[in-house]
Design a protein around this ligand. Structure first.
Ligand code: HEC
Ligand code: HEC
Ligand code: HEC
Length: 437
C-alpha cells in the first residue's frame, strides 16, 4: 500500500517535471555570421540610438566603470543578484551571432538565442509592446556598436530558483504575451505616450508594486501605486500621488525633460538616469506625449487644491507654522539658532542666550548691529569660540528685521526706531574706517 503511494507520488513528480520541460521548451535559433556594420542604414542606426535611450539599455547593460553595453551591471532582486548580459556584437560573448529574429524573440518573449529563458529582471514584459520597426532599429543600433569581449556572469541565485526552466512556470502565471498593437483610447499624442511609457520606457517596472514572486501587480488600483526600488521609493504615478501641488502636463514635461522643477524638486536616485541618460535622447514631442499620458493617469488632479492655493499653503507652513510670515524669526532660525539655541535650564557659556544680553535691552541697537555685522573674533571673546560676521550674507533690511524681532520676542522694551537706516550707517562707517587703515 505504502509502496504504491510512493510510486504514485514519484509518478506525479515525474509527470510534472516532464510537463514543465515540455512547457519550457524553446528551440535554439541558428547562429549567424556577425553582420557587417555597413548592412545597416545610418538613418536606421540613428533611430535605434534614440530608442535605446528611451529603453535605458545602456543604464542596465553597463557595469560601473565598464564598457558601454558590455553587461555585468548587478541587479538586486528578492531572490538574489542578477547580472545583465553583454549586448555588444561580440561573436563569442555578446549577441554578434544573434539574428534579428533571435533578438526579436528575446525582446518579445524573454527567450535567449539558445532557447533558454531569461529572468524578468530584463523587462521583456514591457519590451513585448515595442513595434517591429522600432525593434529593427534597436537591432541595427546594437549590431553597429564596438564589439567588447566580456563573458556574462551567472546569477547569484540559490538552487533551484537559478534554473531557467522554472521561468517557464513564472511566465505561465504572470506573462501575458499580448500581440503588439497600438495602445488606443486617446488622442494620437496620448497613444504615443502610452506606447513609450508602457513599452520601451517601462515606467511601471519601478512605479508599480510587485507580488512575492517579483511580478508587477496589475489591479487597477495597484498599477503605478508606488513601490520600493533599489533602496529608494518611486512615488505613485496615479491619483494616490501625495505631491502637494498636483502634477500637470506642463509640470511633468519640465520634470522629465530637465530633471527638476521648483514645485516638485529633483529627479534623484534611480530616476536620475531615467531622465538624464534615457529620456534625454527623445525629442520634445515624445517627452510631451509621455507627460500627456501621465497627466491623464494622475487624473484626480482636478479635484485637488488649485496649484496656487497649494503652493501658498506650503510656503506659509515652511515660513512658520501657518501663521503670518515673520522674516526676522526665519532669519534667526536659519542664521543664529544653531549656535544660540539652549534646551537645558541653564544656558551654556558658549551658547549665549540672547534674551539675557544687554545688547538687546539697550536703548541703542548699535552693539547688536555691530555683533551681527562683524561677529566676535576668536581672540576677542571666549577662548576657542567665535561668532561669524554676517555683513556679506545679510542685507541691511535682513539685519533690521532680525534685530527688531529679537527685541520684540525677548524683551519688553519698545521697538527701536529707524533700524534700516542705522544698519546702513554702521555698515558704511565700518567699511570706510577699514579702508583708511
Ligand atoms: C532594468 C534593467 C534592464 C534594462 C533597462 C534593459 N535590460 Fe536587457 N537585460 C537585463 C538583464 C538583467 C538581462 C539578463 C537576463 C538573464 O540573465 O536572464 C538582460 C538581457 C538582455 C538580452 C539577452 C541577451 C543574452 O545574452 O541573453 C537582450 C538582447 C537585451 N537584454 C537587450 C536589451 C535592450 C535592447 C534594452 C533596451 C531597449 C535592454 N536590454 C534594457 C536588464 C535590462
Ligand atoms: C529605474 C526605476 C524608475 C523608472 C524606470 C522610472 N522611475 Fe520615475 N521615479 C523613480 C524613483 C526612485 C523616483 C523618486 C526620485 C526622487 O525621490 O528623487 C521617481 C520619481 C518620479 C516622479 C516624481 C514623482 C513625485 O511625486 O515626486 C515622476 C513624475 C516620475 N518618476 C515619472 C516617471 C516616468 C514618466 C517614467 C517612465 C518614463 C519613470 N518615472 C520611470 C524610479 C523610476
Ligand atoms: C557659529 C556660531 C554662532 C552663530 C551662527 C551666531 N553666533 Fe552669536 N555668538 C556666538 C558665540 C560663541 C558668542 C559668544 C562670543 C564669543 O566668544 O565669540 C556669540 C555672541 C553673540 C552675542 C553677544 C555679544 C556680546 O557682546 O555679548 C550676540 C548679540 C549674538 N551672538 C547674536 C547673534 C545673532 C543675532 C546671530 C545670527 C545672525 C548669531 N549671533 C549667530 C556664536 C554664534
Amino acid at each position: 500500500m505504502i509502496k504504491r503511494m510512493v510510486l504514485g507520488l514519484l509518478g506525479l513528480i515525474a509527470a510534472a517535471v516532464v510537463g514543465l520541460l515540455i512547457l519550457a521548451y524553446r528551440p535554439a535559433i541558428d547562429p549567424i555570421e556577425p553582420p557587417s556594420a555597413t548592412t545597416f542604414s545610418p538613418a536606421l542606426v540613428a533611430q535605434g540610438e534614440v530608442l535605446a535611450g528611451a529603453g535605458y539599455c545602456a543604464t542596465c547593460h553597463t557595469a560601473k566603470g565598464g564598457a558601454a553595453y558590455a553587461g555585468g551591471y548587478a541587479m538586486k532582486t528578492g531572490f538574489g543578484t542578477i547580472y545583465s548580459t553583454n549586448i555588444t556584437p561580440d561573436a563569442a560573448t555578446g549577441i554578434g551571432r544573434w539574428s534579428e529574429e533571435a533578438f526579436r524573440r528575446a525582446m518579445r518573449q524573454g527567450v535567449a538565442r539558445d532557447g533558454s529563458h531569461l529572468f524578468p529582471a530584463f523587462p521583456y514584459q514591457h519590451f513585448n509592446q515595442v513595434g517591429d520597426d522600432d525593434l529593427k532599429a534597436l537591432y541595427a543600433y546594437l549590431m553597429t556598436r564596438e564589439p567588447v569581449a566580456a563573458p556574462p556572469r551567472e546569477p547569484d541565485i540559490p538552487f533551484p530558483l537559478n534554473r531557467r526552466v522554472l521561468q517557464a512556470g513564472w511566465k505561465l502565471l504572470f506573462f501575458r504575451n499580448d500581440a503588439y498593437g497600438p495602445i488606443t483610447g486617446g488622442t494620437p499624442e496620448w497613444n504615443r505616450g502610452a506606447y513609450l511609457a508602457e513599452g520601451l520606457s517601462h515606467c511601471s517596472a519601478c512605479h508599480s508594486p510587485r507580488n512575492g514572486l517579483g511580478a508587477e501587480k496589475t489591479g487597477a488600483d495597484e498599477r503605478y501605486a508606488g513601490a520600493a526600488i533599489d533602496d529608494w521609493y518611486a512615488p505613485p504615478l496615479n491619483a494616490a500621488n501625495r505631491a502637494p501641488v498636483a502634477w500637470t502636463k506642463d509640470e511633468l514635461f519640465a520634470y522629465l525633460r530637465t530633471g527638476a522643477t521648483a514645485l516638485h524638486g529633483v529627479a534623484a536616485g534611480p530616476m536620475s538616469p531615467v531622465v538624464h541618460d534615457g529620456l534625454s535622447k527623445l525629442p520634445d514631442a515624445d517627452v510631451m506625449a509621455i507627460a500627456t499620458y501621465f497627466a491623464d493617469r494622475f487624473g484626480a488632479a482636478g479635484e485637488r487644491a488649485a496649484p496656487d492655493a497649494a503652493l501658498a499653503k506650503v510656503l506659509a507652513a515652511s515660513a512658520g507654522g501657518g501663521g503670518p510670515v515673520d522674516h526676522g524669526a526665519n532669519l534667526y532660525d536659519a542664521a543664529c539658532a544653531s549656535c544660540h539655541y539652549n534646551s537645558g535650564p541653564m544656558p551654556l557659556l558658549v551658547r549665549p542666550e540672547l534674551g539675557l544680553n544687554s545688547a538687546l535691552t539697550a536703548a541703542d541697537p548699535s552693539s547688536l548691529i555691530q555683533v551681527i555685522l562683524h561677529g566676535v573674533a576668536v581672540d576677542e571673546g571666549l577662548p576657542g569660540a567665535m561668532m561669524p560676521g554676517f555683513a556679506q550674507s545679510l542685507s541691511d533690511t535682513d539685519i533690521a528685521q532680525l534685530a527688531s524681532w529679537l527685541r520684540r520676542s525677548r524683551t519688553d522694551q519698545p521697538p527701536w526706531p529707524d533700524l534700516d537706516r542705522q544698519v546702513a550707517v554702521l555698515r558704511t562707517q565700518s567699511e570706510s574706517s577699514r579702508s583708511t587703515h
